[in-house]
Write a protein that binds this ligand. Sequence first.
Ligand SMILES: C[S@@+](CC[C@H](N)C(=O)[O-])C[C@H]1O[C@@H](n2cnc3c(N)ncnc32)[C@H](O)[C@@H]1O
Length: 400
Amino acid sequence: MPKMSSPVKSKAAKRLSMEVKAPRSPSRSSSSGRKVATPSKKAPSTPTRKKTPKTPVVTPTTPRYRKKFVEEEDLSSDSDSENSSQLINSPQKLSKRFSADIPDPEDIEKSVKELKDTAIPQNQTKKAYSIVHKFTGSLGGNGAGGPIYGELTIKSMQKVVEMMRQYMEFDSSSRFIDVGAGLGKPNMHVAMDPKVEFSYGIEVNPERWYLSLSNLKPLLKASLEDEEMGKNVILEKGDIFAAKSFDPFTHVYMFDIGFPGKLFEHLAEIFNKSAVSKYLISYYGPKKIIDKLGFEVELLFKLPVSMHGSGEGHTGYYYRRVSSSSKGKKKPSKAKKALKLDEVDTLPSDVPCDDLFKDAWRRVIKGPEETLKWTTETLGDFEDSERPSRERVQRVPYNV
Ligand SMILES: C[S@@+](CC[C@H](N)C(=O)[O-])C[C@H]1O[C@@H](n2cnc3c(N)ncnc32)[C@H](O)[C@@H]1O
């Protein structure tokens, strides 16, 4: 492997700010037992291009759903920054908030307990992490010389995937966006397992994004030679403020601790406008996400996770869009109007896509050679643009 990791480590990596430290993973992951999400009755169907999953066939389980009406809970008991290894999905705390059809807290509790047996990183996921490790240190944490906040351990991320698989219809037909993708860990992880149809990361910080591309390039190269590895991943530099909706993503993930208020307002607005974005993962509870910001979602469950390094744990909150009959009818036409869908595009005609994400999706549809080409070229362009101008001038006669 060429030592292109060194510029990464010595330049951009060192300049990255180290926002948060993290604790050891509270629980272990272990053996297989994959489960498949069971769509809830209430959930609107998401138009997706179905394809044959390449992941091993797994035994579906049917989470039991709470069907009866339950009362509104006391919001004051809901801490946004809850950090827990305690039992956080207790019926008392979780189920009172929503009306019907949410996963039974007892099932959630059981699933969480079983994660030590069910949330086992697959071989291709481990391979992806190890490839990236060679370039920027252990994916996420040490890659930039220390822990970068918001980066889950591989085990914690696998737990996230497992719970999404069981309760959020997360599979190879899903389209996943990480808002503020950092070094790209969640994107690469879900590209490997469950090999989502489209794994897209957007990161506004150029240096962090540069590192993410440096991670992704060797991984995409390896994936061309290894059928088992997922390939549908692309990481772009950009500002999510440029998006008018989250379409075509079915799953919106954001490690949003510390996001500024204006950004949250924008995220809520575009999530609510989206036609096909059904699931949301945030690290804030319903008090902020639903009551304050107005995301049109309901809480399904919460899950404690551990961050890289030796610092802290956080709680992820897993939400599902609330479908109201009136909104359900209006949303698609609204989205189409805003997006001006192009019917002769290579993009699926039945899935709305915000302009911001179209090029990336086209590339992923074209295939891994295309995404690798784009990643390599974009990386090169960025390195050129970062080079001091004197150096660039010197290169001219050399090249001529
Ligand atoms: C906590 S990090 C998350 C890293 C990554 N999602 C993960 O879980 O490993 C949050 C990231 O959001 C990025 N971010 C903040 N505002 C953004 C915006 N408007 N558009 C895109 N990215 C943004 C930050 O630069 C930062 O890298």
